[in-house]
Design a protein around this ligand. Sequence first.
Ligand SMILES: N[C@@H](CCC(=O)N[C@@H](CS)C(=O)NCC(=O)O)C(=O)O
Length: 227
Amino acid sequence: MTYTLLIGQQSYSSWSLRAWLSCAPFGIPVTLEKIEIYGPSFHAEVTAFGGNRTVPVMRTPEGGILADSLAIAWHLTEAFPDRGLLPADPVERAEAMSIICEMHDGFADLRGNCQVNLRNAWAGFRPSDAVLADVARIETIWARALDRSGGPFLYGDFTLADAFYAPVATRLLTYVLPMSDTAQGYARAIVTQPDFVTWRNEGMKETQEIARYDKAPLERIPFPTFD
Ligand SMILES: N[C@@H](CCC(=O)N[C@@H](CS)C(=O)NCC(=O)O)C(=O)O
């Protein structure tokens, strides 16, 4: 028995991506069950799995039901204490949890205005002051961690902090938001991370587009690639 993760479309579901990146980079085997977010049977399917209204939901090998990405992350740190899910240093570990919680609970303006869509980027997006204030705080968080670790990820090697900030990094890239070189380098490390690439490639196979994620009349431009 392995973990089973109920997810939404891989091109759109940012919280599902966080749960995947809380497993795959650490060698934690997980079976994915994909359903259509906002489709007619979405909430019924989440309920049938044991969750409530949202994805991701994880079923543990013992039958536990974890209906929130933060709970999934917390459980995995306990179940796999030796896989480096969080930094080894206790203070860094606490700081990592702090920025994970800040992400889980915050950046409402960025999240509300810059929906995740891993299919493409958008030209011509004009961020409000509130979105720019979120970006400034994100820059501060990333700079503090990266200055100390030297990168490429926030605490050097990939941790849960990167899992939670991955869809933040893609938002900055795909809405072409103003970014420091440090933030650019970090965003690049995220979108070239092999498990992120696997996830996005699966998302690119999805044929159904979700209207509420369409930013028309903004022009679609290619998702940034770094070869
Ligand atoms: N707090 C939840 C948020 C999950 C969430 O909002 N998921 C979105 C998809 S990315 C969803 O299921 N939305 C459906 C809805 O709100 O009805 C978590 O961290 O897991």
